[in-house]
Design a protein around this ligand. Structure first.
Ligand code: WQD
Length: 327
């Protein structure tokens, strides 16, 4: 299959591209390198550096005969989206509309879209399944939900078939240590812990230890990025075989607390990883866990590498690759 991975130099996109190439697919990447890095690009890929906001350029790349596209080019910091909604409106909404229109103009009728658990908002029940009410609590989640709704209309009106993958908390790095471009200015828990472990930050701030959870810290469903990549491959294969659109959660169905992750990171890295307990971060629910029954049913997919040891060990390898001399 000839696949265009939009945002393929980024954290998740680079793992998706690597796995698709491993499975023998012909990979082209679009990325503006605003948050992705050239380090994540492998020699066998065709690389087109440019911006999805540049519509004529986007159409010219998309017209190069692709069987399908994977769209992961987006801004993704929920907190920032509340301070800078215009950035998220432009990059996520306008950028995706460009991709949908360009796909239609270029004759690409299969798309895998990188959606998010952020579309659900505050959990009404757990585990969260796909029928859970969708009421995002941040503008980032709103952009992902609006795009899913656009996709439904493009499916009906333009015959664009899609699978929307609603990621929970992506974490970890390539199991074989081949992808190690680090995220710039990370805000998520695991990369922040890694930055403390290598000495880039003085300590981890634990946002809240008074939640109604077993140890008082927030519980999330961490999903290894290689598991996510496998789901993208399964979604593409399914779309080629049976072109029917749907959306599924991607989670491990396991909850891990901030303190459990910190504990595992201290053991695996052998670093002390200092922490300070601070107050709750506004908008953070106590616990989020996915149901992945639909992904199993529709994609034959389930998490295989999302245990805390694999998540931390593969992350640590990526960070030590960069910071070996300072660590
Ligand atoms: C995880 C846990 C924090 C940092 C975000 C987006 C969501 C989705 C996934 C993309 C929470 C705690 C964190 C720190 C901490 N993204 N924490 N100290 O908020 O669950 O989800 O990423 O689609 O939309 O909102 O992820 O990694 O920020 O936090 O204590 O320095 O770690 O409070 O309990 P979150 P996170």
């Amino acid at each position: 299959m000839k696949v265009l991975v939009i945002g393929g130099a980024g954290y998740i996109g680079s793992h998706v591209a690597r796995l698709l190439a491993d499975k023998g697919h012909d990979i082209s990447i679009i990325d503006n390198l605003s948050s992705g890095t050239e380090e994540n690009l492998f020699p066998e890929y065709a690389f087109f550096r440019g911006d999805i906001l540049d519509y004529p350029w986007l159409v010219s790349v998309m017209k190069q005969g692709y069987d399908a596209a994977v769209h992961l080019a987006a801004a993704k910091a929920a907190g920032e989206s509340m301070r800078r909604p215009e950035k998220y409106a432009t990059q996520n909404l306008t950028g995706t509309i460009n991709i949908l229109n360009a796909a239609c103009e270029a004759g690409i009728s299969r798309l895998v879209f990188s959606s998010s658990a952020a579309i659900y908002g505050e959990p009404k029940y757990l585990p969260i399944d796909e029928a859970h009410p969708k009421d995002p609590t941040n503008f980032y989640g709103f952009t992902k939900l609006e795009i899913e709704r656009c996709l439904e209309w493009y499916d009906r009106l333009k015959g664009l078939r899609f699978v929307a993958l609603r990621y929970f908390n992506a974490a970890g790095y390539d199991l074989e240590g081949r992808v190690h471009g680090l995220e710039k200015n990370p805000a998520n828990l695991v990369p922040v812990i890694m930055e403390v472990a290598v000495g880039l930050r003085p300590h981890l701030e634990v946002f809240g230890t008074d939640y109604p959870t077993p140890d008082g810290s927030g519980v999330r469903d961490y999903i290894h990025v290689t598991d996510l990549a496998e789901a993208h491959c399964a979604a593409l294969v399914r779309l080629m075989k049976e072109p029917r659109s749907f959306a599924v959660n991607l989670g491990s169905e396991q909850g891990l607390s901030v303190l459990e992750i910190l504990d595992a990171a201290r053991k695996i890295t052998g670093r002390s990883i200092p922490m300070v307990m601070t107050g709750r971060r506004p908008g953070d629910p106590a616990k989020l866990v996915a149901s992945s029954a639909a992904a199993k049913d529709l994609l034959g997919w389930e998490a295989k590498h999302s245990d805390v040891e694999t998540i931390i060990a593969t992350s640590w390898r990526a960070y030590t690759h960069h910071f070996a001399h300072d660590a």
